[in-house]
Ligand binder design. Structure first.
Ligand code: AMP
Ligand code: GLY
Length: 423
């Protein structure tokens, strides 16, 4: 098969490695890709927001399947536009991508189908929202309805913070994403991520992971896209995974199908494991980044074959299997991330790092300048290992990080530490 992969982050490098390793893959194109994906296939400079250009590329290269990494093209309907042109694509349609594109949509679906989630209310005007805050007090969570690049959620510890967030979002600070907000109950517990592969009717578990969203050690500092992850998430026992499939994932699929907008693709459930069991925090309609970097290396099943089965609606015939090894990824970011960062600092030592047992260095915002690999944005590398235990994966990952020669970079030194401390 001739595959076109859309995206340019560490997640897409991990997808490119996994897809190019499939015996089904004859050729892999990545648009726009990065220097890491260029090692697995051919990068093509295309503006992926220009769906006509993506369709033209698909026709020119006789693409059999387009795999879409990030959420923005899914929410913008790239799958629909490819399908209209007769090109098969893996991922949800625009209507199904509302599970990530609109928080209010997902909360209403959860309410209708009895999916456990935080109690909530929706607002488009400031005064009623402030009245709701007075009634419910703090802590409380304020969310912009639309996609806000990680800036749309405020977990307010005090009434003052909550009011400020409401005024801010409904006042237009996030543009169209914040014209509607959701205010919801603050859930207490540990967070974990659960991934399911879906074909519109059937869902199969793909793996679990735990992300580290804050920039600095000890979960301090600003929220980021993710500074490291490990898989599996030991917190999610087999019984709990079965409960998540029964109470959260399957009712979601049935609900979406019943509404005439079946969901196919990767369903990424962000969960809070509360005293009352797992509750849905939010959905993403794609792999996580850096979660893909730790989920994909653990799969024994050919991910490309599984994606084709998802497109064909025959996931009930697919059994996913995993190695029992643990995977762990340490993200290296440019100093200053998640704020504005400079670009162009040279990065060395990738080969030395990858000489370590089970180590792969996935690239995100990197570029080649005159043959030298340089940083080109915030999150730059995900140094990933696969090892018999989580402790060993962490030790090997940090040893590999130590071989990377990049003075402009920083990383958290405690990825996986809490899980290790809890045994
Ligand atoms: P998001 O940007 O939507 O991934 O949300 C960011 C983070 O906000 C989540 O990972 C949680 O840590 C937190 N969060 C969101 N909703 C809730 C909630 N209802 N209760 C507690 N924490 C929440
Ligand atoms: N690492 C969080 C995400 O991909 O949304």
């Amino acid at each position: 098969m001739r595959i076109l992969l859309i995206g340019s982050g560490g997640r897409e490098h991990a997808l490119a490695v996994a897809i190019s390793a499939s015996p089904l893959c004859e050729a892999l194109f990545v648009a726009p890709g990065n220097p890491g994906t260029a090692r697995c296939g051919m990068n093509v400079a295309v503006d992926v927001a220009d769906h006509g250009a993506v369709v033209a590329l698909g026709r020119r290269e006789r693409i059999d399947l387009v795999v879409i990494g990030p959420e923005a093209p899914l929410v913008a309907g790239l799958v629909d536009d490819l399908a209209a042109a007769g090109i098969r694509a893996f991922g949800p349609t625009r209507a199904a991508a509302r599970l990530e594109g609109s928080k209010a949509f997902t909360k209403e679906l959860a309410r209708e189908f009895g999916i456990p989630t935080a109690a909530f209310a929706r607002f488009t005007a400031i005064e009623p929202a402030l009245a709701y805050l007075r009634e419910h007090g703090a802590p409380i969570v304020i969310k912009a309805d639309g996609l806000a690049a990680g800036k749309g959620v405020v977990v307010a510890a005090t009434a003052g913070e909550a009011k400020a967030a409401v005024r801010d979002m409904l006042g237009g600070s996030l543009g169209a994403a914040g014209t509607e907000i959701v205010i919801e109950e603050c859930l207490l517990g540990e967070e974990a991520s659960f991934f399911a592969l879906c074909d519109g009717t059937h869902a199969v578990p793909l793996g679990t992971a735990q992300d580290h969203k804050r920039a600095f050690d000890g979960d301090r500092g600003p929220n980021t896209g993710g500074m490291g992850a490990y898989s599996p998430a030991g917190l999610l026992t087999p019984d709990m995974e079965a409960a998540i499939m029964d109470r959260i994932v399957r009712p979601t699929l049935a609900g979406m199908r019943g509404r005439g907008t079946p969901f196919a693709g990767i369903l990424y459930a962000g969960l809070m494991i509360t005293a009352e069991g797992p509750k849905l925090i939010e959905y993403n309609v794609r792999f996580g980044d850096p979660e893909a970097q730790v989920i994909l290396p653990r799969l024994r099943t050919d991910i490309l074959a599984a994606m084709v089965a998802a497109c064909d609606g025959v996931l009930d015939e697919v059994a996913i299997s995993w190695t029992d090894h643990a995977a762990l990824a340490v993200v290296m970011a440019t100093k200053g991330y998640p704020g504005p960062v400079g670009t162009g600092s040279p990065i060395g030592g990738i080969e030395a790092a990858e000489a370590g047992d089970g180590v792969v260095v996935y690239q995100a915002s990197t570029a080649l300048r005159d043959g030298t690999l340089v940083a080109n944005g915030g999150r730059v590398l995900a140094v990933t290992t696969l090892a018999p235990s989580l402790g060993e994966a962490a030790a090997r990952a940090y040893e590999a990080v130590g071989r990377i020669d990049w003075p402009e970079g920083f990383y958290r030194t405690d990825i996986g530490r809490r899980a290790l401390a809890n045994g």
